[in-house]
Write a protein that binds this ligand. Sequence first.
Ligand code: ADP
Ligand code: MG
Length: 616
Amino acid sequence: MSDIINILPDSVANQIAAGEVVDRPASAVKELLENAIDAGATQIQLIVKEAGRTLLQVIDNGCGMSEGDARLCFERHATSKVHTANDLFALHTMGFRGEALASIAAIAQVELKTRQQGSELGTCVVIEGSTIKSQMPEACAVGTSIAVKNLFFNVPARRNFLKKDSVELSHIEEVFRRVTLTNCERGFVFYHNGKMLYDLKPGNMAQRICQLYGEAYRERFYPVNEENDLVSVCGYVGKPEFSKKTRGEQYLFVNDRFIKHPALSAAIEKAYTDLVPDRYYPSYFLNLKVDPSRIDVNIHPTKTEVKFMDEHALFALLRAAAKKALGQFELATEIEFNPSTEIDFSPAPDGYIPHQPRVSFNPDYNPFDPPARDNTTSTPFPTSHISTSAQRAPSSYKSAVDEPSRQWENFFDTEPATESEKPQPKDPISIPVGGNCMQIQNRWIATALSSGLAVIDQQRAHERILYERLMEGPTTSRAQQLLFPVNCSFSPADAELFGELLPDLRQRGFEVNNLGKCSFIVTATPPGVKEQEMQAMFEQLLSDHKNSMLQKFGNRDQNLCRSLARQMAIKAGQPLQSNEIHQLVADLFSCKMPELSPSGQKTFVVLTSDKLTQLI
Ligand code: ADP
Ligand code: MG
């Protein structure tokens, strides 16, 4: 038998390695930005076209490379950062594997221009699919520019796996945030398709956070600054009230490197026990400084996982540091964030009146009146008209009552069901009989049905009501003018996305206009929106919108309305007035699909009379 084993040519081996290092444009961006940082650059530009499909370029003013190194850097295991195995435990650089440029050059057309201080001329190397096409002297600035063109040009399978531009761009933005949230002393500029998305000036972490996320973040964090023999931790932890429904804003760094470490994240979240509701997650930006000999960053090719020698001690310190920050500053009004260099001072439009608190009340409200079923502005529930079609026959939700009450707690877990997937009740539902409704533990509402007793989840029910109203289409008649317009501002990228959502929001009864740059002014909203929560509501809307774009579920209108309804709905734990309770029940049963929340969960269960007889 002849031998069948052969050694793969470098170009193929590099392509295989590239699969690990570069799976999408964002991972190439990460490698290029990290190289620029390792090169000591103080000013770094990221230029992206078509979400990285056609161009990814990083230009830095770092140390540059010699003519020889400019060729060698594209070889596999070519690195200036590690010389011996022991160096792996004394890492002060972001990169160390010597794989990134070799991988990128294997799957793209790369043009490198670089010059060292003191050299009169630089050099330009063109490499394509691991083959050097040319190397010429080049008059260029000190530092390095690497342009990666047509990523995956020779790996069509990979190219086909790329998601649409908005998704790939949001991955790139995430990488950009992870790199720029530390390295605050360096300046970064980020262009996409010729448009500047970020211009981050050198500063401190607080300023960087505001530059990335918008000025509203100035008031949302407490500083953390602790150290012991093993570690120092500094950064910011979010005020509990600004917690989010996803973990998207949890950033943990070790020696300026973004890491994922579930145990340490749990330590920080522990500090928030009893301060944030279930299934809400605090935001934080924390940088740990640890002696490199006490960590092992070498356990994952993309290096977001890190092993610590003193994990338990770190866990305790992080929790204590976060707790201290929360306790110590709980009574303070605002942390001392120095104003960022990039505050948006665009002038207010003509006639703009600064925001003042507004108190609304219904002068006609009489608690002894029968339940209101028409327009009353004092209730948190915008009123609906009970359609006669709501007069439906009794139902029997026999099994519902057997479900553990814990089912109510999974509110944010379930993937939203599409309208067609939603289970349809076998029997038509009943509507409440008489006017007897009562709130239980500020969370549920019990009401008598002709078929038995219904227990309604107030939050889910309200979400259903609001969702159907928002979905109804043009609702300008429902728009409620604000006495004092509300100003909202976002990060440049979010502002752009928000701009795209304006027509949708207008259709749902919001009157919002761009004030220029990243600020918007809201002059009217659908009823039930709390002015002081508007900024947070829109931020959540943007985050939900990005998620649904990433996961491609549902249709855009439904996703937006679901997100808005979630934000606007009354929450579990909120005490309700008797008229509000009645209104909620009436509105729920006049919905097209009262039995399910917009996320596809039951809004109520029915204890039928049969079941009651069995039980008692
Ligand atoms: P690593 O960063 O793990 O060493 P890379 O493949 O990313 O591996 O880079 C290989 C080498 O090329 C680096 O070790 C460095 O010497 C050099 N290099 C890469 N990018 C730059 C840059 N922007 N400026 C200066 N040198 C660079
Ligand atoms: Mg590198």
